[in-house]
Design a protein around this ligand. Sequence first.
Ligand SMILES: [Zn+2]
Length: 124
Amino acid sequence: MATCAHCKTIETELHENGVPICMQCATIRDAKAKGQNCNIHAALIQDLSKATRRAEVAATDFNATIGNIPSRLPHPDGTQHISNTSRKLTAARKEMLDAHNRLNDFLTRGIVPEDLKREEKGAV
Ligand SMILES: [Zn+2]
């Protein structure tokens, strides 16, 4: 595994001409070649990358919290900490799922999310 040379965030096994590239960056490049709206596409992919990263961090935090529990029942503060990290992980996973769905809707049905429509109009 290597870090994508384009976004520098995603680990990938895909290489092009010896340069590591993730599926998302390859998808953006392909969309540009097809003349699709790359700003929206790139924004959606960037959102997904960030959401994925947040979910990974939340999962790491949660696993670290769970890993600190001895075999006896945790201290009340520990219980609260477990609850907090669990809630953060759930929220981060939902954000990641939402980002996946937004990208999927754009790619398969051409649906541009409302927040990106405003940015697009503002940019023109
Ligand atoms: Zn990439």
